[in-house]
Design a protein around this ligand. Sequence first.
Ligand code: K2U
Ligand code: NI
Length: 185
Amino acid sequence: MILMKDIVREGHPSLRKKAKEVKFPLSTDDRKIAEDLLQYLKNSHDPDFVEKYKLRAGIGIAAPQINSSKRIFALHITESEGNPISFIAINPKIVSHSVERTYLTAGEGCLSVDRNVQGYVPRYTRITIKAFDLEGNEFKKRLKGVASIAFQHELDHLNGVMFYDHIDMNDPFKEIPNSTPLERE
Ligand code: K2U
Ligand code: NI
């Protein structure tokens, strides 16, 4: 079970490495990492677990955040947070994206960042992604809204990118051209 102590924080080298693709069939270790990542997100939405283990809620988490430099992440978004989705993405890719961009008006946070970094994080509004599931079956999805933002946030983690790398620190709330803001509920 992943706990907050297992999540590495900014400054840890794992967060700045390009993670490696995983091979199929998955090793027992790789399968456990993938399943544990999704379970963490589900636990972080359960008030009893949050209370007992002091978990920070997450809608996404990537293997580098638990010091495992592999191209694996999980997304788990409930209907109160956006269009509900829940899946493990292995060797994920964005195959196409909208020209139009979006950003969360409240900015972004990160389970690996214990401080509030303000500013707009430009993301593609709509993306078409492909990835593999635990059995090695390739799947494609079209994502928009919070799901699209979360996918891009997690894919950044696999490439050693932090959300605040996208913020213009000279003008964190500057207008983002050709963009539609997204208010989080
Ligand atoms: O990767 C992580 O650190 C988990 C991030 C993922 C994320 C951040 C910003 C925008 C989308 C995804 C967060 O801790 S998840 C917390 C959260 C919950 C609901 C909406 C946005 C962020
Ligand atoms: Ni993050």
